[in-house]
Design a protein around this ligand. Structure first.
Ligand code: TEU
Ligand code: CA
Length: 541
């Protein structure tokens, strides 16, 4: 089987602001990334997803773009960027950029013109409507604010924003706007980038007439802005104008995707190559992510099974810059041992599945959630807005933020045990996790038993094993509520993976003389393999 490059490589997601600061201003930057490329190569990484590095006022940390073709000053210059690209390619590492085209910043020159002059051609690049009876044009809520509309007094019209007020949605019905976006994408391709991760791409088309959502008050209206018929026209057009004929990859952040509509975007290869689905990320929330509910392994197993069967090629990830730290969330940080063992087990559970792994920065050393104590420590607009909108239930909101707040995964990478964890000599833009003296790259790199060295080994096993790349998937022991187990098989070769998600010791029905590829917290008990709490075993059989 002929693989595409993005099927054979392990991705690593970089959140530049928190990766490495080269000049002591407390903000991670491009030169900081360049200084760590040998580390990523050593780890076995084959491609990077780089979160936005474009000019932005940072209302939503770069997801509000002011200029698509310049680099954020705090991150460096265009020359620094070109240098990064060439240093990556020198090491045979691909670069996938973030593409945020559902909305821009309200400081983007298109929106500035649009707001200033309703007769300008840019007015129609965005979505403006008259109000209804002095109120919003419809009852949609946004991800960050109660209403998805903001009133403009000058013109007596409202503009739509599915995210923050400072993130006005682009009007994809406008062909001029679309062409400007395509030109911009091609410009980055011509510089040499290898692909794009498309932010909330499933939301770019809105239902004609912008109908009300069901229910009273403000409501999320995915039925009117996610996976609309026009989405497919836009994606096909974009593919034709920008992606066709290039050896590139586009992965969509397909908010509100499900196993029924997934293949409408990745099915025939004419829209997206890959997609991110969030069923797993929703597993510990009831209706909203902030209503916490306990992790249910059986539900996890159903979700994995459903997605492994639904589409040809999955993305495999535990976390990203919008999610808490995986070991705090789904593993155990109760003791040193459970932290270390569960972090390794989770990696095996996810990254030996069929698909392309995306490791989020810091995950490879088992970084944990941040013990926030007060709101001045928060930087993320989502958490800050949640608090200000929840004055009647502050404790509930705070509990939610501790468990799920996006800042948990945005604290600086812990490189060593020196000041600010070696991230910066200045004052970091967000606090460094106080556990950096115990959890850092330097202490793990020379420790054979570390999470970091385990990630390296796992990546290398995966990179070099055809069964793990192309083999079919089959889940086994489906009804077991402590073990997650699956097989990968190709021709007459088979690999079986056992992961103990529980605190119990589990004796497996596998004789201890079977060849093992990986064994963590796994011993021989009366001739059988036995998994200690959070242990994992991978065998060749
Ligand atoms: O996230 C899209 C998205 O749906 C998030 O709002 C998600 O629901 C939330 O983070 C879960 O808590 C993307 C980016 O990844 C995110 O960082 C941006 O804030 C958002 O788009 C707007 O661009
Ligand atoms: Ca800096």
């Amino acid at each position: 089987m002929e693989n595409k490059w993005w099927q054979k490589r392990v991705f690593y997601q970089i959140y530049p602001r928190s990766f490495s600061d080269s000049n002591g201003d407390g903000i991670g930057d491009i030169n900081g990334i360049i200084s760590k490329l040998d580390y990523l190569k050593w780890l076995g990484i084959g491609a990077i997803w780089l979160c936005p590095v474009y000019d932005s006022p940072n209302e939503d940390m770069g997801y509000d773009i002011r200029n698509y073709e310049t680099i954020m000053q705090e991150f460096g210059t265009m020359d620094d960027f070109k240098n990064l690209l060439s240093e990556l390619h020198k090491r045979d590492i691909k670069l996938v950029m973030d593409l945020v085209v559902n909305h821009t910043s309200d400081e983007h020159k298109w929106f500035v013109e649009a707001r200033k002059d309703p007769s300008s051609k840019y007015r129609n690049y965005y979505i403006w409507r008259k109000g209804k009876d002095g109120k919003e044009p419809n009852n949609w809520s946004s991800f960050f604010t109660p209403s998805a509309w903001t009133y403009d007094k000058e013109s007596d019209e409202w503009y739509l924003h599915l995210f923050a007020e400072k993130q006005p949605d682009l009007n994809w019905e406008n062909a001029d706007m679309r062409n400007e976006i395509y030109r911009m994408i091609n410009h980055w391709f011509d510089l040499g980038v290898d692909g794009f991760r498309m932010d909330v791409i499933s939301l770019i088309a809105k239902a004609p007439g912008l109908p009300n959502a069901k229910g009273d008050g403000y409501n999320m209206a995915p039925e009117h802005f996610a996976f609309q018929p026009k989405l497919h026209d836009y994606l096909r057009e974009m593919r034709k104008e920008c992606f066709d004929g290039r050896d590139c990859m586009c992965v969509g952040e397909t908010t509100f995707v499900n196993t029924e509509n997934a293949n409408t975007v990745v099915g025939d290869g004419r829209e997206l190559d890959l997609l991110f689905q969030f069923d797993l990320m929703d597993i510990d929330g009831e209706n909203t992510k902030w209503n916490l509910k306990p992790f249910d392994l059986k539900e996890f197993k159903r979700i994995i099974d459903k997605w492994q069967k639904a589409i040809k090629w999955n993305t495999l990830f535990w976390s990203n810059h919008d999610q808490p730290r995986v070991v705090s969330r789904f593993g155990s940080t109760e003791t040193y041992d459970s932290w270390k063992t569960s972090a390794k087990m989770l990696a095996v559970a996810m990254y030996l599945l069929k698909g392309t792994p995306f490791i989020y920065q810091g995950e490879e050393i088992g970084m944990t959630n941040y013990p926030f104590v007060d709101e001045t420590q928060l930087r993320d607009i989502e958490s800050i807005n949640l608090l200000s909108q929840s004055s009647d239930r502050r404790d509930w909101a705070w509990k939610g933020i501790l468990a799920k707040g996006r800042d948990n995964a945005r604290t600086p990478i812990q490189w060593d045990d020196s000041i600010n964890a070696g991230f910066s000599l200045g004052n970091p833009w967000i606090e460094v996790n106080p556990n950096y003296k115990n959890i850092n790259v330097k202490s793990q790199i020379n420790d054979d038993d570390s999470i970091l060295n385990f990630y390296r080994e796992l990546i290398s096993i995966r990179n070099n094993n055809d069964v793990l790349i192309n083999g079919d998937y089959r889940q086994i022991m489906f009804d077991d509520d402590r073990l997650f187990a699956y097989e990968r098989f190709l021709d007459n070769r088979k690999i079986t993976i056992y992961c103990n998600f529980s605190k119990d010791e589990i004796v497996l029905d596998v004789a201890s003389d079977v060849e093992k590829i990986i064994g963590i917290a796994c011993k021989n008990k009366n001739g059988y393999y036995a998994l200690s709490p959070y242990g994992t075993l991978v065998i060749k059989n």
